[in-house]
Design a protein around this ligand. Structure first.
Ligand SMILES: NC(=O)c1ccc[n+]([C@@H]2O[C@H](COP(=O)([O-])OP(=O)(O)OC[C@H]3O[C@@H](n4cnc5c(N)ncnc54)[C@H](O)[C@@H]3O)[C@@H](O)[C@H]2O)c1
Length: 288
């Protein structure tokens, strides 16, 4: 990875909270200094002692995150797979079980959020295949190992777009589907010790979110200001904020939490849009 910028890692304490556990994070690859949620989750879980499989379809991106895991003193394994293919999911999980002896944590993070300016069937199929079907395939692939252990934590990364309109038809359907699927999985697998929850990021400053806001396409920053002002806190979140919610759900501290969604959204889904409107559109002083 000679040319890639190093992934930016904030100061946090490494510890052994997840020692002896193995986690698979899908879409954990990254490029450049700003990581996405997948890479931040992989680095944080590794810093907390888990063995982490960095699973991505893009080899260069996967190794970029692996370098960051190494920097925090973590242990990781790279697997290159297209998780829309059942066999590739199963092969990746087999590789993880061979290397680390089982799977305790699965984080279903990989997703696409393409602009859905046109209501195309082809776009719908692509979104559902990765954002929803692949999550089912990966969950099914890890279940035998979790059932054998009588324990496991599966976390789907959904979105506030699964709770509110405005993020696109296919994307919202896929992310809302994950919330419903997690409840159904939690019900089915709870008696066998497997917990299933989701984390719903809001306006987080990661490449995917900023691309959606026009950042990569030369956006002016006005959209970012509005994203920040749409929250109760007045700020955008980060991939690390999402990663800390995942860490909680992955750990024993959450052993009685299943079937739920944790929004990491600065409160944006819990406030009347009408009271935020002045702040978002105006200069922040409350006057339009
Ligand atoms: N603000 C936001 O951007 C926002 C808001 C709400 C929710 N989310 C959700 O948060 C997550 C963001 O993920 P990220 O920041 O890691 O995204 P990212 O785009 O940085 O990384 C996604 C990774 O998935 C990989 N991938 C794509 N297709 C794949 C496939 N078929 N098989 C395996 N890997 C594949 C890509 O190579 C890429 O490395 C997504 O689930 C997204 O829906 C984002």
């Amino acid at each position: 990875m000679a040319d890639a910028q190093r992934l930016d890692i904030p100061e946090f304490t490494s510890d052994t909270r997840l020692a002896g556990r193995t986690a698979i994070v899908t879409g954990a690859g990254s490029a450049g200094e700003m990581g996405g949620t997948g890479s931040d989750i992989a680095v944080l879980l590794a810093a907390k002692g888990a063995n982490v499989m960095i699973l991505d379809v893009d080899e260069a991106r996967a190794w970029h995150t692996a370098e960051a895991v190494e920097r925090v003193g973590g242990t990781c394994l790279v697997a290159i797979a297209d998780i829309t293919e059942q066999e590739e999911c199963e092969d990746a999980v087999d590789k993880c079980v061979r290397e680390f002896g089982g799977v305790d944590i699965l984080v279903n993070n990989a997703a696409i959020a393409p602009g859905e300016q046109e209501n195309l069937r082809s776009m719908w199929d692509k979104i559902i295949a990765l954002n929803l079907t692949a999550v089912k395939l990966m969950s099914d692939a890890v279940l035998p190992s979790m059932f054998e252990k009588g324990a496991g934590s599966i976390i789907h990364i959904t979105s506030v777009a699964g709770l509110r309109a405005g993020g696109g038809i296919g994307y919202s359907a896929s992310k809302g589907g994950l919330i419903a699927m997690a409840k159904a999985q939690a019900y089915e697998y709870g008696p066998r010790g497997v917990r299933v929850n989701t984390v719903a990021p809001g306006h987080v400053a990661i490449p995917m979110g900023l691309g959606f806001a026009g950042w990569n396409g030369g956006g002016t920053g006005e959209m970012r200001r509005r994203r920040a002002k749409a929250t109760m806190l007045g700020t955008e979140g980060t991939g690390w904020d999402v990663a800390f919610a995942v860490l909680y759900l992955a750990s024993d501290e959450a052993s009685y939490v299943t079937g739920h969604t944790i929004p990491v959204d600065g409160g944006t889904t819990e406030v009347f849009p009408i009271v935020m409107a002045e702040t978002i559109v105006g200069d922040g002083s409350g006057s339009l």
